[in-house]
Design a binder for this molecule. Structure first.
Ligand code: PMP
Length: 355
């Protein structure tokens, strides 16, 4: 269906998805390793959430639940708010965002820069869960409002099942590889559930490991416990779209270790990624340790470091006993191009590993 919104932002989908896959080589505890990471920092607003936001809005139009000019209202820890604010504006919608008040200043400023109304929600007002309740309340009293409901909307998973998963599969095929495991921190869980569905359809034995901060094991306990600095994951509850019984073992990563790893990726390889990307990289190394030598483990670089310039990512992080990152010697990477999801049968290059 074509709408005015489509005419306002033609080819919007060419700015989102089809990101490169990086094959990152390192030495880790005496072994040569390669970790595959999808560069989601290269999306339109710089995060993986653009895929979900675009797909949910497209589905909203297709089903008639989103109408031209309708107010888009979402609760988010940041990246989703940035994605809906930018893509919503591109399509001509006003946007209202509810967000806990402890997220980075960059997130708040970016959302404001897109002209969205931002409502910061304190711990006393209920934090994350309070943000969701307040978003629902505003929608209930606003005619024509559209609630993407990223934590419970299966279109979130479908975005990754249709794009991220097939793209990674195709990119690995270029190298003559198939994935043995996929590791991703859970915010809404859309990424791991959607990529996981595609991977399991293609290869039922593939392992799917959620990564969570060791100091705040929401997935392991079922509720908010402790505090952590890996913004964007492990919010305060297990989202409705996540089926932990279908996923494999949870991998815990220390937030300080994730920060050190993200710093190392930027400093040593020029890969400017956010804190959850550092955590995902370490989670992938951990998953690989439990698999046969040379196992193909894939993860996600969810966003860039630019939203963390005011956070501990830019400060000196003290290493602690048990951290993995000091044992990682990064050697280099190869970027595997932006392949087209529709190219089901890519030209096979020299099969085998590239490092
Ligand atoms: N990392 C960051 C920085 C994020 O913003 C998010 C999304 N909240 C995630 C990881 C997790 O992605 P998902 O919501 O698909 O689980």
């Amino acid at each position: 269906m074509r709408t005015d919104a489509h005419l306002r932002a033609r080819g919007l989908d060419t700015l989102i998805g089809n990101t490169p896959l990086l094959a990152i080589a390192c030495n880790y505890r005496g072994e040569r390793r390669v970790v595959y990471a999808k560069s989601e920092n290269l999306n339109m607003t710089g995060s993986v959430k653009d895929r979900m936001a675009l797909h949910i809005l497209q589905q909203g139009y297709a089903r008639g639940t989103l109408t031209p000019g309708g107010l888009i209202i979402e609760a988010t820890s940041g990246n989703t708010g940035i994605s809906f604010s930018a893509i919503g504006r591109a399509l001509g919608h006003p946007v209202a965002i509810f967000m806990p008040d402890w997220m980075s200043q960059e997130r708040i400023d970016l959302i404001r820069s897109f002209g969205a109304d931002i409502h910061l929600v304190s711990h006393e007002q209920g934090g994350f869960v309070g943000s969701i309740r307040l978003a629902e309340e505003l929608a209930a009293r606003t005619p024509g409002a559209f609630l993407p409901r990223q934590f419970s909307n299966q279109d979130n998973c479908a975005a990754h099942e249709r794009t991220t998963g097939p793209e990674i599969w195709t990119q690995l095929r270029h190298l003559g590889l198939v994935p043995d495991a996929f590791v991703a921190g859970i915010g809404t869980g859309g990424t791991i559930m959607g990529v996981g569905r595609h991977f399991r359809r293609m290869r039922p034995t593939v392992k799917l490991h959620p990564m969570e901060p060791a100091s705040s094991p929401t997935l392991s306990t079922g509720h908010k416990v402790g505090k952590h600095r890996i913004q964007g994951v492990s919010d305060e509850f297990i989202p409705a779209i996540v089926d932990l019984g279908w996923l494999d073992g949870i991998i815990a990563v220390d937030d300080g270790d994730a920060i050190l790893m993200a710093q190392k990726l930027a400093r040593e390889l020029g890969l400017a990624v956010g804190i959850s990307s550092g955590g995902n990289f370490l989670g992938a190394l951990k998953a690989q340790s439990g698999l046969a030598a040379g196992a193909v483990v894939v993860t996600i670089f969810c966003d860039s470091n630019k939203k963390y310039l005011s956070t501990d990512l830019m400060r000196e992080e003290p290493p602690r006993d048990g951290y993995l990152s000091p044992d990682v010697e990064l050697l280099g990477f190869e970027a595997i191009g932006r392949s087209c999801t529709m190219c089901a049968d890519p030209v096979e290059e020299e099969p085998g590993r590239i490092f």
